[in-house]
Design a protein around this ligand. Sequence first.
Ligand code: AVI
Length: 322
Amino acid sequence: MATTTATLLDTTFKKEVFEGLSAFPKYLSSKYFYDKKGDKLFQEIMAMPEYYLTECEFQILSSHTETIGELFRDRENGLDLIELGAGDGKKTKVLLKYMAENNFNFIYKPIDISENAVEMLSNNLAEEMPALNVDAEVGEYFEVLERLKGFNKRKKVIMVLGSNIGNLKHPKAIEFLTQLKDVMLRDDLLFMGFDQKKNPQSILNAYNDKSGITAAFNKNILTRINRELEGNFDIEKFTHWESYNPETGTAKSFLVANEAMQVTIEKLQLTVNFDQWETIHTEISQKYDDKTVQWLAEKSGLEIETSFTDEKEYYKNYAFRK
Ligand code: AVI
């Protein structure tokens, strides 16, 4: 009996890879960068001098710790600090330490799509800050947000660092912000990082480092298809390509086929033909300015309460209320 498409495409990963590689132009979602190897490569990206985002946000949280901490505080009932996409928690620890040392009554709830990241963070916090009340969870943002609706009724501070919102196109970003607004109560806060528009060369360098770590990160999506879906991509035949449009603030990553080739993906019963120089679009990393963030907030029913920036004004963290 012939396998039906529904039986064949029985996971979101399979379905989205099938759709993206059958489309013209071809695309794949950057959310699939993050397997064990992808997580490790992203850690390396965050430590690269070219990838200024991490250092800028760390500087913001370190130089405004008290103001940010006091913005979060609820002296009467305490608060729940929920972090979406917590990663290794390096930046958050600055705030957690301040809160712990200044008698905040709070629970820290880190949420990440990577089981690996959540486990490492929980173990690390248990060792470094054993008195901290941590309630970690693995899950996709949108799915976890649903569950947050029934969460404690005391103040919630939802934190999304790392300019993770930049990996969503504006309509999806508005959908995401609107869903966050929907789980917020009147006194809740949303604290979010937005990488800012700046000298275009610095942005290109951040996404096209000389050591090739970002290239390996981008290509990891093909390695993953080879391993998990029995594909036969010849990774060496693809070039990592980055573009930045200073008008729209959109950085885009592509994989470019260096020659014409045919790729088969057994588990999808799919043959993909590439012309020479054909592309797979893999990621957007949106850069913002105050006007754009204000527009996103208005579209999502949120209000900007305040914002914090670093010395070079490369990056901003905004606090929103509903
Ligand atoms: C996770 N995200 C915000 C990163 C970014 O800057 O778009 C992922 C990344 N892609 C290439 N370098 C880093």
